[in-house]
Each structure stands twice: as C-alpha cells, then as structure tokens.
Design a protein around this ligand. Structure first.
Ligand SMILES: [Zn+2]
Length: 283
C-alpha cells in the first residue's frame, strides 16, 4: 500500500476492488476511436477500473474517504460489473493495525454502490453499519436523493448501503462547503449527482483534492470528458470550470476514485486545455 505525507496529514492510498464498466458510458460523448487510445476495452466493451478509497491520519483521528465496494449483492451483480476482490478494504485497514471501530470519520462523497459499499456489512443474516464508532459525513442533498431514487439512478443507490446507517443515526448531513477538521474541507462537486462532494486537504502549503466522480480517472480531466453516467453533465462542466483554475494554481495533487493505474496525479493546463499528469506517490 502506498502512503505519503501531505504536511501534517498522512495519506494511505487503498485499493478496494477491480471492476469493469462500459467504456462508452465512461467517456460520454468522446468517440471510441479516441478513448481506446487511453484504455483497452474487453469483448463486452468494458474498461478496467479500480476503487480507491483514501485513508487519512489527521492528528489523532482516522478519516476514511469512501468505503469501497462490498459483496452483499451476490453473483449476478458481480458478473454485470466484472467485480473482483471487493471488500479488500478491510484487509488493508488491518494491515495498518486498524479495525473498523478505529475509524472516526467516514466521508461519503456520494452514495453509489461503488463508493459506499462497505458503509454496511452482512452479519448474522442482518445488514449493519461497519464503522460503528464513526460519523458518516454526507451532503444532505445526496442522502435525500439516495433515499428517493428514480428510474435513472435506482441501479446505483442500493438501500442496503444507506438504510442501516440511517437507522443507527450515524449520518451527519452537511450542506455546502464545510471545514471538518483543520485543513480538511468537504467541497460540493455537483454534476455526477447533485449532492456529490469532494475533499480538499491543505497542510503546510500543499494541497490534495479527492475528486470523487467529478474526475473518475486521470484520463477524465479534459473538460469534455464527462461520463454518460453523470445525471447533470452540464453541471459537471460548470463545476470543473469553477474549480480547475484553483487546483492548477494551488499545484494540487489529485486523487481519483477509479484510476486503474495511477493513485495520484496533477492537473495541468496547456494550449490544448486541461489534462492530468500521473505523479509517482512520493516515498
Ligand atoms: Zn464511481
């Protein structure tokens, strides 16, 4: 597992699962002739992705950004999405000497099953919250949408990842931009969902942005590379235009949730527009 220090924060890049999604849906209006230069597609036109939650040590606290994917949904679900090695998150926490009960804050960027899967686990035939000592931070809008799904988003919002946390009273709903801990801010990044949030970490002059699905992989940095999965693609474009210049100016590191190869990157702008360059995780 790769780790690095961003000022006072210690960051651990976890890798929870590998899975596959339709390449056309992942790149929206970008033609296949272009996106196949970036990534290969399998016989079912799917491209390889991973789940990359980020664990942050902030002073005495452990903060987990995203909870990965779980195995609760069974074989059919696994097959559709080509899911392998779901639930590795737990082993990775244990490798650091942590149990789920040691996590103080869980940040749900949004509540889709590939981001909030281990919010809960199946235990003795019941589905229960996994991080029983944590507060789960989510935007109020996101929690509303996850509990009022419609035909277009129902396949992504699975009640078993949300309801048990709600019933246990473990969600803290936030509205808008909030500094949760010194140097750790939740920032609304609407577009993929209306209530999506990212995380901006800033310490000792260095900045890292956890992009959530505003930029699912580094290959999605160009402004027009917007997923067909986004419920509000024009909002994604506006959100990018609002935040990208600041991220470039800050020289921010980027951590994306699904990049199959690179845990870390940096946003750059040249005469062709924005793109993200992979960065080696500093040792
Ligand atoms: Zn996602």
């Amino acid at each position: 597992m790769q780790a690095f220090k961003l000022g006072a924060f210690e960051l651990y890049f976890l890798e929870d699962a590998r899975f596959r999604l339709d390449g056309g849906a992942m790149f929206g209006v970008v033609p296949k002739t272009l996106w196949t230069r970036i990534t290969e597609a399998d016989a079912a036109n799917r491209i390889p992705l991973v789940i990359r939650p980020l664990l942050v040590r902030a002073g005495e606290r452990w903060v987990l950004i995203e909870t990965g994917m779980d195995d609760k949904q069974g074989e059919k679900h696994r097959k559709i999405y080509g899911i392998e090695a779901a639930g590795q998150l737990l082993e990775q926490l244990r490798a650091l000497g942590l149990e789920p009960g040691d996590v103080d804050l869980v940040i749900n960027t949004h509540l889709h099953f590939d981001h909030a899967g281990l919010n809960t686990v199946s235990q003795d035939g019941r589905i229960v919250p996994l991080f029983t000592n944590a507060r789960y931070l989510v935007q109020k809008q996101e929690l509303y949408d996850a509990t009022h799904p419609h035909e277009r988003n129902r396949a992504s919002y699975l009640p078993e990842n949300v309801e048990p946390v709600l019933e246990a009273g473990l969600f803290d709903e936030v509205e808008g931009e909030v500094e949760v801990l010194p140097g750790l801010r939740l920032v609304p990044l609407p577009g993929h969902t209306l209530g999506q949030q990212g995380v901006v970490l800033h310490s000792e002059g260095r900045t890292l942005v956890y992009t959530a699905d505003l930029m699912p992989t580094l290959a999605h940095a160009p402004l027009a590379y917007i997923m067909a999965y986004d419920l509000y693609p024009m909002t994604t474009l506006e959100t990018r235009k609002a935040h990208y210049p600041r991220w470039v100016e800050a020289g921010a590191f980027l951590a994306t949730p699904h990049d199959p190869r690179h845990p870390l990157g940096r946003l750059v702008r040249d005469d062709r527009g924005y793109r993200a360059e992979p960065k080696a995780v500093p040792g």
